[in-house]
Design a protein around this ligand. Structure first.
Ligand code: ADP
Length: 788
């Protein structure tokens, strides 16, 4: 530059020549110039193709005029360079705008020089001057070419600097990391230290290591990178691809990265050789994405657990998105449309659902409906809630949730039913319950309790004072005292008290209650029940009175029986004594007289027996001398006393070893004696008596069937004979006093079994007979067992 500026151009003829052309031959000069340009097909012409011929000429006149004027009067290179500044800047603009290359600029210069040469002949014929002009033109164009080249280089330089600056700025301010990748050698040509610094590495680690990047790639991502690179390689210009992978940081932790890449350079065959790319750290984005996926999975799981689904319905195109649980609830698939859903709604509920949604779309913005659905033949109850999204006052979408509440519904119904049952049970049992918040003195009663107190259910608010006002004056003081005592503990208490109900009735209530206390033992609540037991109490009272009366009359009866039988004995004894005396009178009596007298004495004897038996019957209940005795011993004693009778009749008696029992020994002796003597007495004519005495413990079921106390154990002793048996229908009767079935054939008083019954009942037991007609009978005695 410096050299050109200072070099002298020695332009002696040229300024004059330039003025000559400018003044007289400018048009011709321009035409020549254009002609040469066209002959050489100068590339610059294409930039003026849009101009018409006069416009092109005009433009050239202006441009060349400027150029010629710059030369006129300047001999010094420096001055000329300055004078050409404006002209050069015009050229520079052109370079910038049309990206003209240097060789094109030099061609223009060449054409212009030729045009100058052709104009020389108009200026001079002097060979010396011609030679001088050509030499000066050479120098001038050499200078211009240099200056143009200079300008061009200068321009390129500043452009490159600008580019570098811009790239640096871009790299500094962008969150990404730029690089150029060599596909042939599979390495980064220009690797951004920024990326590796970001990953925590020191410059010395990666500076000269072209495979540093590959060495930090996650092994799994190496594999995926191969087909990806193939895809990028075969892509067209301007196509951008991206690849996600993991890169190891200095701390050993992998960072998720995403690279956007495009082909940067191709070889002569058009194959991609370099890629340009930008890498971003997407670890956070991945974490958020993973979190979102996790949340979505969570949400879907929660939806499944709660039988709840959600959906979004776009009103514009009618499309919708449903979660899997929504599909499950309605038995739909992802592809099913809204119509498929509407079809499932119970016909009776369809209108309600449609109008609720319509109202929401028309302004309310929200809906909540419960409706029935038919899903694959099963009726479900669905609870749905939705919200409409409006844009510019127009509904655009509906977001909502649906929940299968069939089970809940059934549960609520069950609860309602059981609450009704509970209420019914309370009213049937005349039982109410209550809670009393001690601090706030708030007393709550169930409906039935209001009724018990003669009030309409929930007709008034209650407190302790109001409750006390109902307590009968006779019991009031006592009840309050007991309540105060109850405040000192948390045991369940029960009690009776009387009230004067609101309707004036006097009632007896049975109460049970408990105090609830906090951790410090301070009572905060009391809960309890009250049952109206007025009727039971009255029943109890009358039962009690009747029992007393009965006991009294029983005692009277026993006294009477005892006294009368006792008193009867004396005259009877006298009849027997006098009868015997009469008999001893011998001949004085005829045979008939003797027969009559025998009958009388026999009647007196029987009467005596009856009186004895009546006497023993009347004594049974007053004898309380019970003790544990061996039943076996009692039986053996009885058998011994009957040995004679057994022998006479040829009776065969088999028996178990009987256990011990808590009994009145004398009475059991009588019981066994009566039963055994009956078994022998009521034998069949032609068969010797066979008697079996067995025993066993009753089962629980038997205890229940016989209406005995099922919490106790019982012993059963059976006396089975092969006698004449007892007719069906007479088995109860025979235990009543004086009832005899076979009066004529068999001797007896008809008191024996009545005594047996009384003895067994006196032992809290049972006696009954079973008989299969003339097959014989079994008399069963059941008494409490001592084995617990
Ligand atoms: P009595 O033996 O004095 O007749 P009981 O009170 O002992 O009176 O018996 C009442 C009646 O029951 C008897 O008259 C008899 O008809 C019937 N009876 C009692 N034991 C038997 C028996 N083992 N087999 C058949 N009938 C019986």
């Amino acid at each position: 530059m410096q050299e050109i500026k200072t070099a002298s151009l020695h332009l002696s003829l040229l300024p004059g020549f330039a003025r000559f052309i400018y003044k007289d031959h400018l048009n011709e000069f321009v035409q020549t110039l254009l002609q040469f340009s066209r002959e050489l097909d100068l590339p610059i012409l294409k930039y003026f193709a849009h101009l018409s011929e006069p416009e092109l000429v005009d433009q050239s006149l202006k441009n060349n005029g400027e150029f010629l004027r710059s030369i006129v009067g300047f001999t010094n290179a420096e001055d000329l360079d300055n004078a050409l500044t404006e002209w050069k800047s015009m050229q520079l603009e052109f370079v910038k705008k049309n990206q003209i290359q240097l060789d094109e600029l030099l061609l223009i210069s060449y054409v212009r020089k030729r045009a100058f040469c052709t104009m020389i002949r108009y200026f001079t014929n002097e060979p010396g001057e011609i030679l001088e002009l050509v030499a000066e033109l050479d120098r001038l164009f050499m200078f211009i070419n240099r200056s143009t080249t200079n300008m061009y280089v200068q321009f390129l330089k500043s452009k490159i600097e600008e580019d570098i600056y811009f790239r640096e700025k871009l790299s500094d301010t962008s969150p990404g990391f730029y690089y150029i990748y060599d596909l042939k050698h599979n390495r980064q040509v220009q690797q951004t230290s920024k990326l590796f610094t970001y990953l925590g590495y020191g410059t010395e680690e990666f500076e000269n290591d072209t495979s540093f990047f590959a060495g930090r790639l996650h092994p799994d991502d190496h594999l995926a990178a191969v087909p990806y690179l193939e895809k990028v390689k075969s892509s067209g210009d301007g196509e951008v691809h991206f690849f996600e992978y993991r890169l190891k940081s200095k701390t050993g932790e992998y960072k998720w990265m995403r690279n956007y890449e495009s082909v940067y350079k191709r070889d002569h065959g058009g194959d991609a050789v370099e890629l340009i790319g930008i890498a971003f750290d997407i670890s956070r984005e991945r974490a958020i994405r993973d979190e979102l996926i996790f949340r979505e999975e969570d949400l879907l799981e929660a939806q499944e657990l709660s039988n709840m689904g959600s959906y979004i319905w776009h009103l514009g195109d009618g499309s919708s998105f449903k979660t899997p649980q929504t599909n499950k609830i309605f038995g739909l698939t992802d592809d099913d449309s809204l119509e498929a859903f509407v079809k499932r709604i119970h016909p009776a509920d369809k209108e309600m659902v449609v109008s609720a949604v319509k109202n929401a779309l028309e302004g309310t913005g929200e809906f909540e409906v419960e409706y029935r659905c038919n899903v694959d033949g099963t009726e479900k109850i669905i609870w749905g809630k939705g919200k409409v999204k409006f844009e510019n006052d127009k509904p655009v979408s509906v977001k909502g949730t649906v929940m299968d509440v069939t089970d809940k519904h059934h549960m609520v119904q069950k609860l309602q039913r059981s609450e009704n049952l509970y209420k019914q049970a309370q009213s049937l049992n005349k039982l109410g319950n209550w809670t009393w918040e001690i601090k706030t003195d708030k007393l709550e009663w169930s409906d039935e309790l209001y009724r018990i107190f003669g009030l309409e259910p929930q007709s008034e608010k209650l407190n302790f004072e109001r409750f006390v006002s109902f307590i009968h004056p006779e019991d009031r003081e006592e009840r309050i005292k007991r309540l105060e005592e109850q405040m000192t503990h948390t045991k369940l208490m029960d009690y009776h008290f009387q009230i004067l109900a609101a309707d004036g009735q006097e009632k007896v209530l049975y109460g049970q209650s408990r105090v609830l206390a906090d951790d410090d033992g301070v009572p905060y609540k009391m809960i309890g029940t009250c049952q109206d037991v007025t009727q039971q109490k009255e029943l109890e009272r009358s039962l009690y009175q009747k029992t007393i009366q009965l006991e009294r009359s029983n005692a009277n009866l026993e006294d009477f029986a005892f006294i009368s039988s006792h008193d009867l004995k004396e005259p009877l004894r006298k009849i027997s004594v006098y009868g015997d005396k009469l008999r001893q009178m011998g001949k004085a009596l005829t045979v008939d007289d003797k027969k009559t007298l025998d009958k009388m004495i026999d009647a007196a004897r029987r009467m005596q027996q009856m009186v004895d038996e009546l006497l023993s019957l009347s004594r049974i209940t007053s004898d309380h001398s019970f003790q544990v005795c061996s039943l076996n011993k009692v039986l053996n004693n009885v058998l011994q006393s009957m040995e004679e009778l057994s022998a006479e009749t040829g009776a065969k008696i088999e028996f178990d070893k009987l256990p011990d029992a808590y009994i009145n020994e004398v009475q059991f002796h009588q019981l066994f004696g009566n039963l055994l003597s009956n078994a022998i007495k009521f034998r069949k004519k032609n068969a010797a008596p066979v008697i079996k005495i067995s025993h066993r413990r009753l089962t629980k079921d038997e205890t229940i069937t016989l209406k005995l106390d099922h919490q106790k154990k019982y012993l059963r002793i059976d006396f089975t004979d092969n006698g004449i048996g007892i007719n069906e229908g007479a088995s109860e009767k025979i235990f009543t006093i004086f009832q005899r079935l076979h009066g004529a054939q068999f001797e007896g008083t008809g008191i024996g079994l009545a005594i047996c019954k009384k003895i067994v009942e006196h032992h809290n037991g049972l006696i009954f007979v079973t008989s299969a007609g003339n097959e014989g009978s079994t008399f069963s005695v059941i008494i409490p067992d001592i084995v617990v």
